[in-house]
Design a protein. Structure first.
Length: 234
């Protein structure tokens, strides 16, 4: 792999922001696996990292694993070649078989949850990466070969997701900095939305505000939301 130095196995070290749990000789990056099995918003905020990965490796095959309803967004993320969705309460045999037999060169775990750790391990990719905080614990150190020190609390989530790509030491290219999320909505999806809105009597321009969050530090004052709503509505 371009940019990954060879040497003896070790924990720590590496470029700034990158921790090499294990070092090895260069490997190709032809089959890439990205794991994002959180919520819809997390997938949207991961899309810029996937777009940058596509720009850096246009010939690579990129497979994305999502979970639940978030998978419905994947057709709007053009950088993805193949998609598999994990479903609660199901065997997910096709997914596990694809992970085991996919022959991946790189597995990027954007979550670091127990389930995504298992997916990463099953892939047996040459490069298996997540965030340093998520790789703590002896069995996780066995799973991952590289980690990124990109902190979640100090970065915007887009920058945090983008930081995981540092383990790949991608060559600088135009557009290598994080971009705002961009979804390319398929025409058939737009037609379906128009039909659903018509059935519910929604006419003319409208907007949706979702003030909820899973993290306390992201809560915003109600009056601030009211100001935003008034500004958009006017």
């Amino acid at each position: 792999m371009a940019g990954l130095p060879a040497g003896n196995p070790q924990i720590g070290g590496g470029r700034e922001g990158v921790c090499y749990i294990r070092r090895f000789s260069r490997q190709p990056m032809e089959r890439l696996l990205a794991i994002q099995i959180k919520r819809i918003g997390d997938l949207i905020l991961t899309a810029p990292a996937l777009a940058r990965l596509r720009r850096a490796k246009p010939e690579a095959h990129l497979t994305l694993v999502t979970m639940g309803a978030a998978g419905q967004l994947v057709p709007a993320i053009p950088s993805v070649d193949q998609h598999f969705s994990y479903h609660y309460g199901r065997p997910n045999l096709r997914l596990w078989a694809e992970l085991a037999l996919g022959g991946y060169d790189v597995a990027l775990d954007f979550n670091g949850s127990d389930r995504s750790v298992l997916m990463t391990w099953v892939s047996q990719a040459d490069v298996r990466a997540t965030y340093t905080k998520r790789a703590k614990g002896r069995w996780r150190e066995i799973v991952y070969t590289h980690t990124s020190r990109a902190p979640l609390r100090k970065f915007h989530t887009i920058d945090h997701m983008h930081g995981l790509l540092d383990v790949l030491d991608l060559q600088p290219i135009e557009g290598s900095e994080p971009e705002p999320p961009s979804l390319v909505v398929p025409g058939e999806t737009l037609a379906r939305v128009d039909r659903l809105l018509g059935e519910r009597g929604v006419q003319g321009p409208f907007f949706v505000v979702h003030p909820g969050t899973a993290r306390p530090e992201k809560y915003w004052l109600p009056e601030r939301w009211a100001e935003v709503i008034d500004a958009i509505g006017s």
